[in-house]
Design a protein around this ligand. Structure first.
Ligand SMILES: Cc1cc2nc3c(=O)[nH]c(=O)nc-3n(C[C@H](O)[C@H](O)[C@H](O)COP(=O)(O)OP(=O)(O)OC[C@H]3O[C@@H](n4cnc5c(N)ncnc54)[C@H](O)[C@@H]3O)c2cc1C
Length: 504
């Protein structure tokens, strides 16, 4: 066995592992060794930054980072890649924004650790209704006074809830909750669509009300606002954020090794002692007093064999289902609307309603990443990030070719409706089938007390981070929360003090 003289080994360089490592290195003086299986860091937030990848490497990386495959493109994806088309652009494996923008959990952690990364905000949210885009506040114009009052009362109840009060609704779905709170179908739809957009789950009967309330309150209490978009992204793409956390780890004595797939956690007498890494020269063992696994829990078994997990935990891991969806990038010239740096939402794509065989009405969303952050595109171009969520289970929509085809058609029908000169305006596009957006969907059966704790129940010194462990909120905000819990468990000190109280 070879020792590297480190205090903690972190498996996986996704945002969860990077934040855990940065907190432990900077605030606790831990000697951190972070091992990432791919050649690049960031995991699901890896950015294709002026990329010139060959087709094989691009596709391999797309699957390794965001578990996505290209399902449609024009020109064909191999042609696009051989022509090095992407060298003028910056994009991720799909749309990425984080709630509460420059006042998100991630931004607070970054500032507390002395990191530097400029966040550009989304400015506004437009909603498609009666063949027009509307701002959120204008949606109520067609409502009766009774509906306006009912809508306000529902918002008031949600906004006044503390996190503890909202916990009570973790396992209550949004359909039942809204039915109990509002008579008006318009009021119900308004809140259900917002929740569907925010979580990516189309059917309100699958969305956790408690998680939704906590997430919207996090945005409001931070001083940011859904009406104004309420999201942000790192200028120049998410690699900037990855680099900021890497710098904190390395400036504080930490080491990061890419192309280092961990094969297993070394466990002796129910104590984690280190990890075994596959290297071209053969397996190599690294030892440390603590191990953090940032691999999504549903893939943790080969690393921590099933025999170490209590049955009840295995049951919960088996129930974890990630959110899936169709995502893609559409490059236009000129941008769709150079004056709107915000988010577009259509509550139902043409031909993709619940009545068309989907579970819930399939919501479509897009934003022009090039208008929000001009560093991402050549001047005069737009770069539309388009997406819709689909289920991976019960029923499996993402692997159902017919439903996927119909969703893709729905996307294009709507885009062509928005851009009547679509064929002339679009320079290139590609769409992907993504099997795992978030490692864990925000559904009533999976959240709150059903999430797994950050420390292994029986193996000492083994901890977990990322977007599938105990936390609240989801995606990047959740992964940041998970990382803070994990760093607290490893160090034995409450690291949540980094955050304002309402975010803890
Ligand atoms: C297309 C897409 C769009 C999204 N949009 C949003 C959004 O708009 N807003 C939002 O909040 N969230 C969004 N998300 C979700 C968000 O990106 C994730 O929740 C978050 O990045 C997860 O981080 P993580 O560290 O938990 O996991 P990951 O990023 O999956 O990190 C796991 C890391 O572990 C590495 N690894 C795996 N196995 C091993 C091994 N054996 N040895 C070493 N390393 C290993 C992986 O390579 C990876 O780097 C989106 C996700 C996708 C895919």
């Amino acid at each position: 066995m070879s020792g590297k003289d480190v205090d903690v080994i972190i498996i996986g360089g996704g945002i969860g592992g990077l934040i855990t490592g940065a907190i432990l290195a900077k605030r606790e003086g831990y000697r951190v060794l972070l091992l990432e299986k791919e050649k690049y860091l960031g995991g699901k937030i890896f950015s294709y930054e002026h990329s010139e990848f060959e087709p094989k490497e691009f596709k391999q990386l797309l699957y390794a980072t965001v578990r996505s495959t290209v399902i449609r493109s024009d020109p064909p994806i191999d042609e696009l890649l051989k022509a090095k088309t992407f060298k003028d652009y910056i994009f991720e494996g799909g749309w990425h924004g984080f709630i509460a923008s420059d006042r998100s959990r991630m931004s607070f952690v970054l500032k507390a650790l002395g990191g530097d990364c400029k966040i550009v905000p989304n400015r506004g949210l437009r909603w498609w209704l009666n063949e027009e885009w509307h701002e959120l506040r204008d949606l109520m114009q067609g409502w009766t006074m009774e509906e306006v009052l009912e809508g306000r009362e529902v918002s008031r109840e949600m906004n006044l809830m503390s996190n503890e009060e909202a916990d009570v609704f973790d396992h209550v779905d949004m359909e039942v909750y809204m039915r109990s709170r509002a008579k008006s179908p318009k009021v119900r739809q308004f809140h259900q669509v917002l929740a569907a957009w925010e979580t990516g789950i189309n059917d309100p009967a699958l969305v956790s009300t408690g998680e939704h309330i906590k997430a919207i309150n996090l945005v409001h209490r931070s001083g940011r606002d859904f009406q104004m978009g309420g999201c942000g992204e790192p200028e120049g793409g998410f690699n900037s954020l990855t680099r900021a956390f890497v710098k904190i780890i390395e400036d504080n004595g930490g080491m990061i090794q890419t192309a280092s797939p961990v094969k297993e956690v070394l466990i002796e007498d129910y104590v984690a002692r280190g990890v075994r890494v596959a290297t071209p020269e053969g397996d190599q063992d690294y030892l440390a007093p603590a191990v953090v696994c940032n691999v999504p829990l549903q893939r943790a078994y080969p690393l921590v064999p099933a025999e170490y997990w209590p049955l009840e935990y295995m049951d919960r891991i088996a129930q974890i289902w990630p959110l899936a969806g169709i995502l893609g990038w559409v490059c236009t010239k000129p941008p769709m609307d150079p004056n709107f740096a915000g988010i577009y939402v259509n509550p139902v794509m043409p031909g993709c309603s619940d009545a068309d065989g989907f579970r819930g009405d399939v919501l479509f969303s897009c934003e022009d990443a090039g208008v929000i952050d001009p560093k991402r595109v050549p001047e005069g171009h737009g770069l539309l990030a388009v997406w819709c969520g689909l289920l991976p289970r019960n029923p499996d929509e993402i692997r159902n070719e017919e439903l996927v085809d119909r969703a893709v058609e729905g996307m294009f029908t709507f885009l062509k409706h928005l851009m009547p000169n679509f064929d002339q305006q679009v320079q290139w596009y590609f769409l992907t089938r993504c099997e795992e957006l978030y490692s864990m969907s925000v559904s009533p059966g999976l959240v709150g007390d059903r999430r797994l704790p950050v420390s292994h129940p029986t193996v000492k010194n083994l901890h977990f981070a990322g977007d599938s462990v105990a936390q609240w909120s989801f995606g990047l905000s959740g992964a940041t929360g998970g990382a803070i819990h994990c760093a607290s468990a490893v160090s034995g000190r409450d690291q949540s003090v980094i955050l304002p109280a309402y975010m803890r």
